[in-house]
Design a protein around this ligand. Structure first.
Ligand SMILES: [Zn+2]
Length: 53
């Protein structure tokens, strides 16, 4: 019931909602170089871009 809202969203919005959910997972993806790394470091281990907490 609580997740019914997502079924009514267009495909693109659904994808965005999924991305937001993934931000709470244990992985981060650097928006600059697309390196995937475990959450923890505040900087991308590849290009040193500041990612945040
Ligand atoms: Zn990077």
């Amino acid at each position: 019931m609580e997740e019914q809202w997502i079924e009514e969203l267009p495909e693109e919005a659904r994808a965005s909602a999924k991305v937001v959910n993934e931000l709470t997972s244990s992985e981060r993806t650097c928006p600059a170089c697309l390196t995937v790394f475990a959450a923890g470091p505040k900087y991308c281990p590849s290009c040193r871009l500041f990612i945040g907490g």
